[in-house]
Design a protein around this ligand. Structure first.
Ligand SMILES: Cc1cc2nc3c(=O)[nH]c(=O)nc-3n(C[C@H](O)[C@H](O)[C@H](O)COP(=O)(O)O)c2cc1C
Ligand code: SF4
Ligand code: SF4
Length: 552
């Protein structure tokens, strides 16, 4: 396989798509499939055949279109027309509309001009909803594997790293570490026993499904990013560590690896060069802590997935003691476009210190829930009110929780704040991997803190005492506050333990577990006091408060 072969495949696929006057795209990512989009696709196919339209109308399964809550989603004409909550029964009406311009039933028409769609900037998700994730030719037709070819044949590993550094890309797995710096550390590390590239597809944050969507919708993008990384750092073997709860992502990844090896864009002598790169998928059993890089590495090695102290960092001593590059799914998804368009192009998007775009899973009390990709630096208000369509049922906005269990709640006064790494940290939250939960006045913030503490307590691996005992103790205190039996001393104890757990835990799980407590105490202390002093929950969420003086 050389560059000419690749071009030929792309041309052939484009020609194969060309005769079709009409394209109907059906979302076949997990969330739409769970509402039977496979049946919708079969019904549309049958309808097209019944009318003898096979020559002019093509029905294609594509990845996630973003507005998951309205699924199954169908689109046509470069997303000019969109349909929501589609069932197999709607197939005839959709074909009528697409082919004969007959009006479609109002219930299934989705306004494709909604700011939810138009307000986004897609880099990571650019192929999602456009290409068939199960077909390598479809990926190649939109320029797939061109960046890998270009890197292997026209760039030195150092030049690749230079472009990644120039781009300003920071890791999307949570900590926001500069990707170029990590790559150059691994490249410089002596790898006498080899080096590894790992894609962290564990995605354990509650409510987060950004990585899953990319894996299900555009798996070759991840393989291409990993192969470019492997070339840059000098690795020949890669692992994708994906949680077993993502069976569709795992299947599509495995199929994509087979297709890529068959075409020679992965495997031995990639693209007819001297570079070889093999990738294997490893399944995680679904423990949140296994997303932590050292625990993940232990798990791949066949050991119990628990973190170890760093240094040494995986870049120096990772998988089987060798230099290992570990990046998140979304980080890898940004690599091919950076190599294709240059680091300066990427650095021109976003803010001074947070470059590019970020994918968020927008959830909670907001009209449009789903996946969005926006340039770094847009305001929270724009996300919640423009893309998200505001708070339903005329209720009042209360807070946005970002960063999952490691993050915090941001109150109304910061709605105009730019969403970037530094700004979010300055108000006591974090970007994290991209979970964004909008809350209205029906949420109790103490209950929210308790929810995340319950998660951390259950997911604590138990290796170190501050986290194992501290999260349980904090949870008990939060439970006491929400059930109206806590005193001021309990609140003081909660704050003391939170500090200890933050500063003495071994890994990020324990270190960040008090964050939701800190941020809710910072902005919603009155709600804690209300539970303690008046034994009442303003939002009416917590269990029936006991009469004053009862309990202790
Ligand atoms: C408890 C815990 C869970 C984590 N889970 C994930 C995860 O699911 N996916 C991920 O990419 N990073 C996760 N991380 C961060 C990883 O340790 C690591 O920083 C990241 O994979 C590096 O990739 P990046 O530089 O591309 O962000 C987690 C960290 C901690 C402490
Ligand atoms: S319960 Fe005991 S034996 Fe089992 S994993 Fe935990 S520490 Fe190890
Ligand atoms: S902080 Fe928690 S999750 Fe991390 S090693 Fe310690 S006990 Fe395990």
């Amino acid at each position: 396989m050389n560059q000419e072969d690749l071009k030929e495949i792309a041309e052939k696929q484009k020609e194969a798509n060309a005769p079709f006057e009409h394209n109907i795209h059906v979302c076949v990512a997990a969330s739409c499939l769970s509402s039977h989009s496979d049946q919708v696709m079969t019904a549309l196919d049958q309808e097209v055949k019944k009318r003898g339209l096979e020559q002019c109308c093509k029905v294609k399964g594509v990845g996630c279109m973003g507005l998951c809550a309205a699924g199954p989603l169908v689109s046509s004409g470069n997303n000019e027309k969109m349909f929501q909550n589609v069932t197999a029964m709607d197939a005839a009406a959709i074909v009528d509309n697409v082919v004969d311009e007959k009006p479609a039933p109002a219930a299934i028409v989705l306004d494709s001009k909604l700011p939810f769609f138009r307000g986004q900037k897609k880099i990571v998700l650019e192929n999602c909803g456009e290409i068939d994730p199960e077909k390598i030719e479809d990926y190649i037709a939109v320029g797939g594997y061109e960046a890998l070819f270009h890197a292997l044949t026209s760039m030195t590993p150092a030049q690749v790293i230079e472009q990644i550094s120039k781009s300003g890309l920071r890791g999307r797995g949570g900590a926001g570490f500069p990707t170029g710096l990590k790559w150059s550390t691994v490249a410089k590390a002596p790898g006498t026993k080899g080096k590894y590239v790992i894609c962290n597809a564990d995605e354990g944050d509650p409510g987060a499904f950004m990585d899953r969507s990319v894996l299900e919708s555009d798996p070759h993008r991840i393989l291409e990013g990993m192969a470019i990384a492997a070339y840059a750092v000098g690795a020949n073997k890669g692992y994708i560590y994906c949680r077993a709860e993502y069976p569709l992502a795992v299947k599509r990844l495995k199929d994509a690896i087979k297709q890529a090896e068959k075409l020679g864009v992965l495997g031995n002598e990639v693209c007819d060069t001297r570079f070889s790169f093999r990738v294997e998928v490893r399944l995680g059993a679904g423990a949140f802590v296994c997303g932590e890089e050292t625990a993940l590495i232990a798990s791949i090695e066949g050991n119990r997935g628990t973190p170890r102290p760093r240094p040494p960092f995986p870049a120096q001593s990772g998988l089987w003691g060798t230099p290992t590059l570990i990046n998140n799914v979304e980080t890898f998804a940004n690599i091919a476009p950076i190599v294709r368009n240059g680091g300066d192009w990427f650095a021109g998007i976003g803010t001074e210190k947070s470059k590019g775009t970020k994918v968020f899973a927008l959830a909670g009390r907001v009209t449009n829930t789903g996946l969005i990709e926006v340039p770094m630096g847009v305001s929270l208000r724009e996300i919640v009110y423009k893309l998200g369509g505001g708070i339903p049922d005329g209720r009042k906005f209360k807070a946005v929780q970002t960063g999952g269990p490691s993050g915090g709640c941001i109150p109304e006064q910061y709605l105009d704040m730019a969403v970037d790494y530094e700004s979010l940290a300055s108000v006591g939250s974090i970007m994290g991997s991209g979970g964004m939960i909008v809350m209205d006045d029906s949420s109790c913030m103490v209950d929210v803190a308790k929810y995340f503490m319950d998660f951390c307590m259950s997911e604590s691996c138990g290796k170190c005492v501050p986290c194992r005992v501290g999260t349980a103790h904090m949870y008990d205190l939060l439970a006491k506050i929400t059930n109206g039996t806590a005193s001021q001393e309990d609140l003081a104890m909660l704050e003391r333990i939170a500090e200890v757990v933050k500063f003495t835990s071994l890994c990020g799980l324990g270190q960040t577990s008090p964050n939701p407590v800190f941020s809710t105490l910072r902005y919603f202390r009155d709600e804690y006091l209300n539970h303690i002093e008046r034994k009442s929950c303003g939002a009416g969420v917590c269990s029936q408060p006991k009469a004053a003086g009862v309990g202790a």
